[in-house]
Design a protein around this ligand. Structure first.
Ligand code: AHR
Length: 481
């Protein structure tokens, strides 16, 4: 099978924000996972776990979405500012009914953003919040001059405004964010976004709450009624191998479930194609982005854990889902402005799992590590066929070509031939992850069962690259012409 690579033509920029993450007040994502508090024996800086911050910086986390998810539409931001001992508590009704002490609030989020050296994506409350509350939050965060909210921020110890790059006007407003009809939400979006004021010259990218999976009517209605008032429209899609009710186990599954999981991940392509086609009717220039601000695997919570905390293990199968999906995002790079895998630590398809002071990096983390070279690169077109279990992507940044391949077959090795328009002089780096069984994973006793290794099963002959891609592997080669 030969794939012809058009490496002399220019392609579409791949936004680094496609590699974004999502953190919700859910289970142990924020508390324990990202934030342990200043007094914790776990090493931290201003309450943020040092090991987790460093690990996320290593994969060049570009943006973090917060505070939800469903939590966003019952979050009242004023409960999370001021001295911690005076902060109001609330019940996190969506996620385990636990008491939320609001110790992680706006100031803590922007401290985390600063430490991660990434951009902020804040999700506002439309479901149970007022226009005034949302408007004041934006003022509190972004107003540099004299104003009631900017003064309140100063009283709480932060002189300068923060930069908030992205703002979401509600979340899943068809479901946990208010059970609304698209016509009603479209009107609410028009109203709420009016008061997401632009203070200063740093533009806030406004994200309208978008469709659940294949709800094309939702996309149609939002675009028809409000496309000129939004920068992005969200899309949520989770992979449940056994369906929404049963979901399936993260660790115990057979080959059929493996296949179904990979096929369901590949469905993202159809979703993006069809939602984009609808958007094209109202926005042929493709100005409005699709923001896939929740995606990834959603399995049954690990036995013995609180089912409301959505804690699941993460195997080489999750790595396949990550690679398949990222390759699809690259294909749709013109429309997909941002994506945020759910969720960063200890929840759903997490990058990182923690237990007390211990931390492990998941196979999904390693895919984000292998793929970070594609951030802000340009896609390269290719033509040719490969087998059904191969998915690949190729991009160019300055003088380097990056090729990533995923083989989601469970057995065998696939020999692939890549034919470039110009000679390849050097392989700068070749690295991969591979599973020795379908549920290969890392845990606290075996944190390095799946790790990035050097890859050497390739050869170059002038402009031809031959790569032998093992089953259950994801690899990235960096080539110089
Ligand atoms: O990521 C978990 C939940 O999934 C989010 O809170 C919600 O938006 C979605 O239904």
């Amino acid at each position: 099978m030969t794939i012809n690579i058009q490496n002399t033509k220019s392609g579409t920029p791949i936004s680094k924000y496609i590699y974004g993450h999502f953190s919700e007040h859910l289970g142990r994502c924020i508390y324990e996972g990202l934030y342990v508090g200043e007094d914790s024996p776990i090493p931290n800086k201003n309450g943020m776990r040092t090991d987790v911050v460093e690990a996320l910086k290593n994969i060049k986390i570009p943006v973090l979405r917060w505070p939800g998810g469903c939590f966003a539409d019952e979050y009242h931001w004023k409960d999370g500012i001021g001295p911690k001992e005076n902060r109001k508590t609330m019940v996190n009704t969506h996620w385990g009914g636990v008491t939320e002490n609001n110790h992680f609030g706006t100031h803590e989020f922007f401290e985390l953003i600063k430490q991660l050296e990434c951009d902020a994506y804040v999700n506002g409350n439309v479901g149970s919040g007022t226009v005034q509350e949302m408007s004041e939050w934006v003022e509190y965060i972004t107003m540099d001059g004299i104003s009631p909210m900017a003064d309140l921020r100063r009283e709480n110890g932060h002189e300068e405004a923060w930069e908030m790059k992205f703002f979401g006007v509600g979340n899943e407003n068809w479901g946990c964010g208010g059970n609304m009809r698209p016509e009603y939400y479209a009107d609410l979006y028009r109203r709420y976004q009016t008061y997401v004021r632009q203070y200063g010259d740093k533009k806030i990218y406004k994200v309208a709450g978008g469709a659940n999976v294949d709800d094309y009517h939702w996309t149609e209605t939002l675009m028809k009624n409000a496309h000129w008032l939004m920068d992005g429209l969200s899309l949520h899609y989770y992979v449940h191998p056994k369906g929404w009710e049963e979901k399936g186990s993260a660790l115990e599954f057979d080959e059929t479930e493996w296949q179904v999981t990979c096929e369901k991940a590949a469905y993202m392509d159809e979703l993006l194609t069809r939602h984009s086609a609808i958007m094209d009717q109202y926005d042929p220039e493709q100005r409005v982005g699709i923001i896939v601000d929740e995606w990834g695997t959603w399995f049954t919570a690990e036995p013995g854990t609180n089912p409301g905390f959505l804690y699941q293990q993460n195997t080489i199968r999750d790595a396949m889902v990550a690679a398949i999906t990222l390759n699809i995002f690259h294909k749709h790079a013109k429309r997909v402005h941002m994506a945020n895998i759910a969720q960063t630590v200890n929840v759903l398809q997490a990058m990182i799992l923690t237990d007390g002071e211990q931390m492990v990096k998941t196979p999904s983390y390693h895919v984000f590590d292998l793929y970070k070279v594609h951030q802000d690169a340009e896609t390269i077109d290719s033509h040719g066929t490969s087998s059904d279990t191969i998915t690949y992507t190729i991009s160019k940044k300055e003088d380097t070509i990056h090729l990533s391949v995923c083989n989601f077959a469970t057995k065998g090795t696939e020999e692939l031939f890549f034919s470039f328009e110009t000679a390849i002089n050097e392989v700068k780096e070749a690295r991969y992850i591979v599973g020795d069984k379908m549920n290969a994973h890392n845990d606290f006793d075996h944190p390095e069962d799946v790790v990035i290794q050097d890859f050497d099963d390739y050869s170059i002959n002038d402009n031809q690259l031959t790569v032998n891609v093992p089953a259950m592997s994801v690899l990235t080669l960096s080539l110089v012409g």
